[in-house]
Structures are given as structure tokens and as C-alpha cells.
Design a protein around this ligand. Structure first.
Ligand code: LMR
Length: 395
């Protein structure tokens, strides 16, 4: 039976980590998967997480099933973190469930959309996170693309985006990145968000916002601007969030899916459908990561510590953006890479060809996604010279 199967290629992002680990070059650099690394190149556990885990170890009372929604305290605190003091919360129109990571939230959202309208069209930015297409295809959604990144000019193709969104149907769903666009690092300004939200309102499509990097762009509040404005304006919306990056809980797989309905009653119906969907995919979400996050967000002291640690990660990445731009100039590169310094979050496209990306990997052990997406967090004071020299050589 299994002989009938055709082997699948390795995942374009996760496959890189496997290759990187097997590489014996001591100079190797990992700019592949979106994982924060400190100056020493390590992905350590946040201090606030360590403390919350200790608290949990000492206070956890049961391992019985947590139920489909997951922890109510986690859901409530995450919802407040994302939306702040928001009218949809005051109007009791938002329902949140914990999910296995951000991908779990997206998978649930995909199935939820399919229940709203079988084979519904979902519009993704071009480009978007490599796993979006696969995740939504699993739910039989009709994947469409709207223009987003202008590869030529290394900017946002905002006119193209807006014009495309004006053409979609009210029955369609549109995926937007809340902040730190993955893979391009190009975010919408406040004014651009206002225009996109207006189009969503006028056209009547349902926005699905993916928020995997809250706090990695300009700050927790700033990064939530678009999400909050959209939720204030439209009747229905889906929000998928992740604690992988901002709490550094990657392998604990914790995220959330929030559905906002026009009224509390429709929100309740939407929640029942979300729970039905989750039950058939993974039954119930894992509890550990949620317990960590709810402990941090439930303690003034741990929350303060988390703000500090999050700011440290954000500032290091933003600092790296400038460092690599300057280093390339120092190494004699004449091509303009200044755009990298103005982009946001974990990623930017270097803008080189797939052949040059492959050459960087084969000859210099520098690993980035084939599209030339670099995880900026992988740059460090010890590898930036070698990185810039390697890039200079393949150019
Ligand atoms: C990435 O884009 O590198 C991260 O979101 C990790 C992943 O699962 O792809």
C-alpha cells in the first residue's frame, strides 16, 4: 500500500535546518527558519518563561483533559494582549480558543472558512509564508493572490494590493499579516492600514489576520494597530496568533484562534464550529505553553520581565538590520541594500537569485530560504563579517 505513495520534497523552511545541522563547516550561518538567536547564536529560554515553568511545576494539580477551548485564563489574557481594551471585547463578540501553535490556529481557521463556504476563495499576499498555501489547501479553499511586495523596487506594491482587494467578492476571505510580514519584512503603515480596513468594510470580505510576531516590529501596542482597527470596523473577522516567537515557546506549540462575530450570538455559533473543527483535527490543545503564558501575563512582575526580554530581542534584530547593511558597504558591495534596515521583524529578502542562494549554501555554508529570505536574527557580531564577505563574493 505505502509503495503507491510518492515521496514529498523536504519543507522549504524546515528542510534547511536539517541541512544546516549536518553541515560541518565551523563558519556555517543559519538564516533559515524564523527562530530568534542571541549574539552567541543560541535560542535560549526566556527568564520569565523559566520562572513561570517553575511556578507551574509546583502548582499544577491535574493532567486531566483541558477541553477544546484550552485554558480560559490563557484565552482571556491573549485576547487582551492582542486587542487591548477593545469594543469587540466590551461587546462580547470575540471568542478565542487555544491552538497547537500559530499553524494550528491557521489550520482551524481554514476548516472554519470551509464550513462558512465550501471551497471559499482565500486571498494571500504575494509573497506569503510558505506554509499558508499548504495549510489552506488542506481545507479545499481556492487560493488566490494579491500583489504585495515589489521585488524590483524592494517596497510595498500598495496600489497593486489595494486595487486587487477592491475586486474581491464579499464572500471571499483575505489573509493579512498583522506585522513583520513573513517573508518580506514590508509592513503596512498606519495610513495604509486605514485604507485596507476601509476597503474591507466597503467590499465586505472577511479578513483573516495572521499575527505571529506581535512585539517584534515596533512594539506590542504598535504591532497590533491594524488588527485593532480592522476589528473595530468590520463585522466578522478571524485572528490567528502565535506565542512561538514573542514568548520563545516554539516547541511547546501554543497559539490562539479568535473569531469575531457580528453579535454575541453569532460569535457563539462560530465558536461551536471552531470547536467542532478542532475536535476532529487534534481534539484539544496542548496545555503547557498556555500555562506559561497565562502565568506570565497574570503576574505584574513577570509581565514586566517579559516586556524587557521581548524588547531585547526586537532591538537586537533591528540592530542587525543596520549592521548587515553597513557591513556590505564595508566589504565593497555597491548594490543598494539599505531597504533591509527599513523593514520590520524577523525577515527580509536579500533579493539575490535562487542560484546565488544555492551558491551561498554550497560554497559558504550560509543557509537562507530559496527565495533569498533571510532570518535577520541569525546574524551576530561573530558571523557578520563572514556573511557580508560571502554575499559580496556571490554577487
Ligand atoms: C518561519 O517562517 O521560518 C517560521 O514561521 C517557522 C516555520 O514554521 O516556518
Amino acid at each position: 500500500m505505502f509503495g503507491r505513495l510518492k515521496a514529498l520534497p523536504a519543507d522549504p523552511i524546515l528542510g534547511l535546518s536539517i541541512k544546516y545541522r549536518a553541515d560541518e563547516n565551523p563558519l556555517k550561518i543559519d538564516l533559515g527558519v524564523g527562530v530568534y538567536k542571541n549574539e552567541a547564536g543560541d535560542t535560549t529560554i526566556l527568564n520569565c518563561v523559566k520562572k513561570a515553568e517553575k511556578f507551574r511545576l509546583e502548582n499544577e494539580l491535574t493532567k486531566t483533559y483541558i477541553g477544546g477551548t484550552g485554558s480560559a485564563a490563557f484565552n482571556e489574557r491573549m485576547t487582551s494582549l492582542i486587542f487591548g481594551d477593545h469594543k469587540v471585547l466590551n461587546e462580547n463578540r470575540a471568542r478565542t480558543v487555544s491552538t497547537p501553535g500559530g499553524t494550528g490556529a491557521l489550520r482551524v481557521a481554514g476548516e472554519f472558512i470551509a464550513r462558512c463556504k465550501s471551497g471559499a476563495k482565500i486571498w494571500l499576499s504575494n509573497p506569503t509564508w510558505a506554509n499558508h498555501k499548504g495549510t489552506f489547501s488542506e481545507s479545499g479553499l481556492d487560493i488566490q493572490e494579491y500583489p504585495y511586495y515589489d521585488y524590483e523596487n524592494k517596497t510595498l506594491d500598495f496600489d497593486g494590493m489595494l486595487n486587487a482587494l477592491k475586486q474581491v467578492s464579499p464572500d471571499d476571505f483575505v489573509l493579512l499579516h498583522a506585522c513583520c510580514h513573513n517573508p518580506s519584512g514590508m509592513d503596512l503603515s498606519k495610513e495604509q492600514w486605514q485604507q485596507v480596513v476601509q476597503v474591507a468594510k466597503d467590499v465586505g470580505f472577511t479578513p483573516l489576520i495572521d499575527m505571529a510576531y506581535q512585539g517584534f516590529g515596533d512594539g506590542l501596542e504598535e504591532d497590533a494597530y491594524g488588527v485593532r482597527l480592522m476589528a473595530e470596523t468590520v463585522d466578522n473577522m478571524i485572528l490567528c496568533s502565535s506565542c512561538s516567537k514573542n514568548f520563545g515557546l516554539y516547541r511547546e506549540r501554543i497559539g490562539a484562534c479568535t473569531v469575531i462575530g457580528e453579535t454575541p450570538a453569532t460569535a457563539d455559533i462560530a465558536l461551536s464550529v471552531v470547536l467542532g473543527v478542532a475536535r476532529t483535527i487534534y481534539s484539544m490543545p496542548p496545555a503547557h505553553g498556555a500555562a506559561v503564558v497565562e502565568t506570565i501575563l497574570g503576574s505584574e512582575e513577570l509581565t514586566q520581565e517579559w516586556y524587557t526580554e521581548l524588547a531585547e530581542m526586537r532591538n537586537r534584530i533591528n540592530g542587525n538590520r543596520k549592521v548587515i547593511v553597513d557591513k556590505l558597504i564595508e566589504k565593497g558591495v555597491t548594490r543598494d541594500f539599505s531597504f533591509i534596515a527599513n523593514q520590520k521583524g524577523m525577515f527580509s529578502f536579500l533579493g539575490i537569485t535562487p542560484e546565488q542562494v544555492q551558491q551561498l549554501q554550497d560554497e559558504y555554508s550560509v543557509y537562507m530560504v530559496g527565495s533569498s529570505r533571510m532570518s535577520i536574527a541569525g546574524i551576530s557580531p561573530t558571523n557578520v563579517d563572514y556573511l557580508a564577505e560571502s554575499i559580496a563574493k556571490v554577487l
